[in-house]
Design a protein around this ligand. Structure first.
Ligand code: PXP
Length: 241
């Protein structure tokens, strides 16, 4: 199975916003990522606009030629923005203002009605919907039942504890999702090192990776950082049985 690498460019905007300048520009960064071989661009419009801003989403939509994946919370405000911007994919994520980054998966079981309505609204305007969830059987099954096209497995637990047990949890959830007809993405906390074993899981079709690539970009430039991550993912894919 071919594997897609989407680069999350949020933290280019984090650096820009730290000084209130117009640079570095996340849209220019997205263009460089695409030129370096990224299969898509991911951007998270957070409620507090701490990195990506509304005008960035509009400019990304006008500029991205591969695939634009908008990460967002299931709020009316964000749904209206997605309906206007029309990204290719929306990834619904949980969001709490005080968190440093997205700390857990979407609680689809606890917020079924809200999530189901959001999925339906996005589907109605032709947007592919991905749910960012923990590697949990009941959550996978419900994600499928409420009409998601894809799930993105939260790899944060594996990154904190890269054990055989955590890897097996990801594998089991990926296999179940795939068997139900869901596309399977993965992301959060992945680096050139820890992505290898996750990429070796045969049913994973997509990665969304941000922080590690932007961190590498500070050292080696964003084009090289994307190529290095792609090489790491491909090394993992070669381990597939
Ligand atoms: N996928 C989702 C749904 C996310 O919320 C994030 C963080 O914004 C990522 C992937 C990327 O995580 P990281 O920046 O740790 O690579």
């Amino acid at each position: 199975m071919a594997i897609r690498l989407h680069i999350n460019i949020d933290h280019v905007a984090t650096i820009r916003n730290a000084r209130g300048t117009r640079y570095p520009d996340p849209v220019f960064a997205a263009q460089l990522c695409e030129q370096a071989g990224a299969d898509g661009i991911t951007a998270h419009l957070r409620e507090d606009r701490r990195h990506i801003r509304d005008e960035d989403m509009d400019r990304l939509r006008a500029s991205v030629t591969t695939l634009l994946n908008m990460e967002m919370a299931t709020t009316d405000e964000m749904l209206a923005i997605a309906e206007r911007v029309k990204p290719d994919v929306v990834t619904l994520v949980p969001e709490r203002r005080e968190e440093r980054t997205t700390e857990g998966g979407l609680d689809v079981l606890g917020h079924r009605v809200v999530v189901e309505k959001a999925v339906a609204r996005l589907r109605a305007v032709g947007i592919k919907v991905s749910l960012f969830i923990a590697a949990d059987e009941a959550t996978v099954r419900l994600s499928h039942a409420i009409g998601a096209h894809q799930i993105e497995l939260h790899t944060g637990d594996y990154c904190h504890d890269p054990s055989a047990r955590e890897l097996a949890r990801l594998r089991t959830a990926a296999e179940l999702s795939h068997s139900l007809g869901l596309e399977v993405a993965a992301g959060h906390g992945l680096t050139r090192q820890n992505v290898l074993e996750v990429a070796a899981i045969p049913t994973i079709a997509e990665f969304n990776i941000g922080h590690a690539v932007i961190g590498d970009a500070v050292m080696v430039g964003i084009s090289q950082a994307v190529r290095d991550m792609q090489a790491a993912v491909n090394r993992g894919v070669l381990r597939r049985g």
